[in-house]
Every structure is written in structure tokens, then in C-alpha cells.
Design a protein around this ligand. Structure first.
Ligand code: FES
Ligand code: FE2
Length: 397
């Protein structure tokens, strides 16, 4: 056999890679895209209640630029940033008793976008009803402002959650806007689904957060768990069990609830109890997201104590070399790229949760295509609070 005919050994070189393919239906969040429309069927937190005040505030959500404010009567308003007159941004507007006034020609809008005044027009604007500033409904709850950015006739009730309704002794609701759980800064520069999938990926915990980078959470989480995944009426449940040195079983349940909720019990396992907080992953656009959290606290700052530290340092105090030596969730997820390349993935058995959450999201896209409502929404104002199973528990062996 001459050399030219020998089967070559250099298989799997990068030269053989196909053109990258992305499951755009699952990741893109803009209006009119499949996932963008699915996400728009739910309420999303777009800020802390305190964000809405007498100074217009920029909000970017699901790829749209918006302005949040609070009128003199205390009502929060969320309007498109571009003024419906000639398009300047309402960010430079002024908040007044009755609404938000554009800086350019002084049109005054109420919290629902109605044009109240047009000072340059005869008699203050005889035809002012002909224009309306695009706006979105907002509701406040758990210290957060939620917006509904979908079709008006499909607006569900703002859900309530048992873990934020039923307080223990001395507990109150605390909020966090620093993207707690994201492992890095407030705005995380990659697609939201990369983070959301991580919620149902318990096997990365003993690697990324323990053996690889040193114990970022607690020793209880450092060993490889036994895991089962399950689809629930709300999303995907992950049950992890670990046998402790004292022979007892550490049982942890984590949930990813459709569409973006992280129902993750304290990874530092400060106590064994039902989940104490909910994190909402807010897609800012296709390539960035942030996380809002509301949770039960006994002392102000309790929520913040859940933040990961790396050799005693917060993420933002670390040098590039330290990030490289001790990567966490931020590095792993942003490291997948602005939007991960799905055609280059190789799923293994430990990725079952990710397969399930993708399938569940796809099922909701299919349901909407068929004219049905996706799961997890209710139109009943008296709907009972949603009860999660998530928590850290101890069981006798
Ligand atoms: S551009 Fe806003 S009032 Fe003219
Ligand atoms: Fe993680």
C-alpha cells in the first residue's frame, strides 16, 4: 500500500466542522420571533420598585428600549423610549404630576401613553387623541416591577408564589438587582438560555464550583450527587442526593420554572428548608441578560450572602489571572459565546436536564403555534399561589 492510499489518522480536526448552527427559535427574544412571542406571554420583572421614580430610567428588556417612571400619583409607567412625535428619547424627559413630558416639543404622556398635552399645537392639541406613546402594562409585587409585553388580550394575572407569600417568623421580602446567581456582573453578556440551562445542570456543581476552582459554595455541595430529573407542570425538577459523613442524606431540589424562573435553594446551604428566593432571568436582548431576585430574609443583606466568593474575593475584585484560575458560572456561560453554537454540542447522559428544558420550551412554542396557551399562566385573579418543591432537605438514611 503506498502512502497515498493509507486511511488517514487525523480524524476530527477542526477543518471538518460544519458551518455553525444556532437554534434561533429557542434563543431569540425579539418581537415576532417564536421565543420572543412565548416570553411575551408572561410577566417579567424589569426593575426594583424603587427604579420607578421622578427621574426617567432606561430599561432594556426582550430587545426593546423602554423608559420607566412614576407619576405624581405614585403610578409606575413603562413606555417606549422613542417619543411618538418625532422620535427623540424620553430619557431626557421630565416627570410631572400627570406623567412624562418629552424634552423636544413638550408632549406630555400619562403612564399608559395617552397624550395629555401638545403645547406647540393650537389649543394644546385638538387632535392629541390621534397619537399614543407605545406603552406596556406594569404591576408591582415582591418589591419588583413586572411588565407584560405581549398581546393585550392574552394578559395573564401576575402570578403569586407560596415561597414569597408565606413568611416564617420575622421574615420579610428582600430584593436584589445585581444578578445574584449569575456569578459575575449585573449585565451578563451572553444569551439568557445559556444561564437558564445551567439551572438544570447539577453535575457542573462539583466540578466548576468545587474540584476545579476550589469550594465556591460549601463542602456539602462538593461531592458528585445522585440525580434524577423530572418534568413538572411548571418546568423541570432536579433532585440531587448526597450521603453525608454522618450517614444522613442531603436532598436538594432545584427547579427551572417556565419561562425564566430559577428556583434554586441557597447553594451555600446555610439551613435546611424550602426554597427562600426566586430569580427571574430577564433577557435584555439576544446576547445579554440580567437576573432579578426576591426572597425571604430575616436580616437585610441575607440575600447577598448567597453570592459566591472566589478564594474570599468577590468576582469584581478579581484580576483576569484570578478569573482564569478560578472560573465560575459567569466564565463558563459567557465562555460559550454570545450565543452558543448548538450544532457543535455533544450531549451526554448528565445533560438530561438540558434536553428536558429545551424540549419543554419547544413544546410551548408548538402549543402556541397550535393556538393553545403555554404552561404556567393563569387568567384567574383568585388563582392559588404557585408552590415549589425546591429546597435543601436532610433525610435519615
Ligand atoms: S419628539 Fe417628543 S415631543 Fe417632539
Ligand atoms: Fe453554577
Amino acid at each position: 500500500m503506498n502512502v497515498m492510499q493509507q486511511p488517514h489518522r487525523d480524524e476530527g480536526t477542526a477543518y471538518e466542522l460544519r458551518a455553525p448552527q444556532i437554534k434561533t427559535d429557542l434563543v431569540e427574544v425579539g418581537r415576532g420571533t417564536p421565543m420572543g412571542e412565548l416570553l411575551r406571554r408572561y410577566w417579567h420583572p424589569i426593575g426594583l420598585a424603587s427604579y420607578a421614580n421622578g427621574t426617567p430610567r432606561k430599561v432594556r428588556a426582550l430587545g426593546e428600549d423602554l423608559i420607566l417612571f412614576r407619576d405624581g400619583a405614585g403610578k409606575a409607567g413603562l413606555v417606549h423610549a422613542r417619543c411618538c412625535h418625532r422620535g427623540t428619547t424620553l430619557y431626557y424627559g421630565k416627570v410631572e404630576e400627570r406623567g412624562l413630558r418629552c424634552c423636544y416639543h413638550g408632549w406630555l404622556f400619562d403612564t399608559e401613553g395617552r397624550v395629555l398635552e401638545q403645547p406647540c399645537e393650537p389649543e394644546g392639541g385638538l387632535f392629541r387623541d390621534k397619537a399614543r406613546q407605545p406603552w406596556y402594562p406594569v404591576e408591582e409585587g415582591y418589591g419588583l416591577i413586572f411588565a407584560y409585553m405581549g398581546p393585550p388580550e392574552k394578559k395573564p394575572v401576575l402570578p403569586r408564589y407560596e415561597c414569597l407569600e408565606v413568611m416564617g417568623d420575622g421574615e420579610f421580602i428582600e430584593t436584589d438587582d445585581s444578578s445574584l446567581g449569575g456569578g459575575g456582573p449585573q449585565v451578563i453578556p451572553c444569551n439568557w438560555l445559556q444561564h437558564y440551562e445551567n439551572v438544570v445542570d447539577p453535575f457542573h456543581v462539583p466540578v466548576l464550583h468545587a474540584s476545579f476552582s476550589g469550594a465556591q459554595f460549601t463542602m456539602a455541595m462538593a461531592s458528585m450527587p445522585q440525580v434524577t430529573f423530572e418534568m413538572s407542570p411548571r418546568g423541570v425538577l432536579v433532585r440531587s442526593t448526597r450521603t453525608q459523613e454522618d450517614g444522613k442524606i442531603f436532598y436538594r431540589v432545584t427547579e427551572a420554572a417556565i419561562p425564566t424562573l430559577r428556583v434554586v435553594p441557597d447553594p451555600r446551604v446555610s439551613k435546611f428548608a424550602r426554597v427562600e428566593s426566586i430569580g427571574w432571568v430577564l433577557p435584555i436582548d439576544d446576547t445579554s441578560f440580567r437576573i432579578y431576585v426576591a426572597g425571604r430574609s430575616r436580616q437585610k443583606g441575607d440575600l447577598g450572602k448567597k453570592r459566591s466568593k472566589f478564594s474570599g474575593k468577590y468576582w469584581w475584585d478579581m484580576t483576569e489571572e484570578e478569573h482564569q484560575r478560578e472560573p465560575g458560572d459567569y466564565e463558563a456561560q459567557v465562555g460559550q459565546g454570545p450565543i452558543t453554537v448548538h450544532s457543535e454540542e455533544h450531549f451526554a447522559q448528565s445533560d438530561r436536564g438540558i434536553v428536558m428544558i429545551r424540549r419543554m420550551l419547544q413544546d410551548q412554542l408548538d402549543a402556541m403555534k397550535a393556538g393553545r396557551d403555554p404552561i404556567g399562566i393563569s387568567f384567574d385573579p383568585n388563582a392559588a399561589p404557585v408552590v415549589f418543591e425546591a429546597g435543601n432537605y436532610i433525610r435519615e438514611a
